[in-house]
Design a protein. Structure first.
Length: 253
């Protein structure tokens, strides 16, 4: 069984927790090429291209400018990303065995690196799936990655038992041939919903937290069968079979 999650926009390159093992991203060369193109943009151009603040544009400019330097810091992906999902995966207390297990069973989508494994060393970047770079044919980053990722990702999932637990947000689906993926492997998407005014609704912040908690639950407990996810509970969220289907597991609070 394999898990896929979305990346975070916030990335650190320093961590008090150290993982002993490290690896190179599968598409490191593609990332270097993308960084080379991004380094040609001015601060103002990055601000418009990435729809970010002047402060973030300056930070991004400096990161891409230094990206190819051997002195540019890098960190294992699971420790580098710091968004809400990753805060709830909480890898700071992972043992070396936990990190190695996660490396085999967890994949993190990325509009910059394509996809990374937990122990892949990554550098700080800023990128969105809808960005179009003329140097790459003027297509979106999602369309750039789709032919590069799909077959290798399907092969990766099949190697792990042919079941993918999709704990990522919808936007990552555009970077893969999702229909082919669903045809070739079993994709199960857990959803986390809350009762609001008599209706079930997805509250984004709680959904992100729950995705992180479920990822941690799978990794820490070495879950290999999707049916075992029915036992997952967190902050009142419990499995609701009456709202679920073969490819959709709904948890309600």
């Amino acid at each position: 069984m394999q898990i896929i999650i979305s990346p975070a926009k916030t990335i650190n390159t320093k961590s008090s927790r150290k993982a002993l093992a490290k690896s190179t991203p599968q598409f490191a060369n593609e990332a270097k090429e993308i960084a080379l193109h991004m380094a040609q943009y001015s601060i103002e151009e990055l601000e418009r291209l990435l729809k970010i603040s002047p402060k973030l544009a300056l930070e991004t400019f400096k990161r891409f400018e230094a990206f190819h330097s051997d002195e540019a810091p890098s960190l294992q992906a699971l420790l580098a990303y710091t968004g809400m999902v990753f805060k709830h995966i909480a890898p700071a207390d992972f043992s070396n065995e936990d990190f190695l297990y996660a490396h085999e069973h967890l994949r993190i989508a990325s509009p910059f690196y394509g996809v990374v494994r937990p122990l892949d060393m990554i550098k700080a970047y800023r990128m969105e799936y809808d960005v179009k770079l003329p140097e790459l044919g003027g297509i979106t980053m999602a369309d750039y990655w789709k032919p590069r990722l799909t077959k290798s990702f399907i092969k990766d999932v099949k190697k792990s038992g042919g079941v993918l637990i999709n704990l990522a947000s919808m936007d990552i689906q555009s970077s893969l041939d999702w229909k082919l993926l669903e045809k070739e492997v079993r994709v199960i998407t857990p959803e986390f919903k809350m009762w609001k005014k008599g209706k079930l609704d997805t509250v984004t912040i709680y959904a992100k937290m729950a995705r992180g908690e479920m990822t941690r639950f799978i990794l820490k407990n070495r879950i290999e069968e999707p049916e075992e996810l029915m036992a997952f509970t967190w902050e009142g969220f419990t499995f609701a079979p009456e709202h679920s289907a073969d490819n959709r597991m709904v948890f309600i609070c």
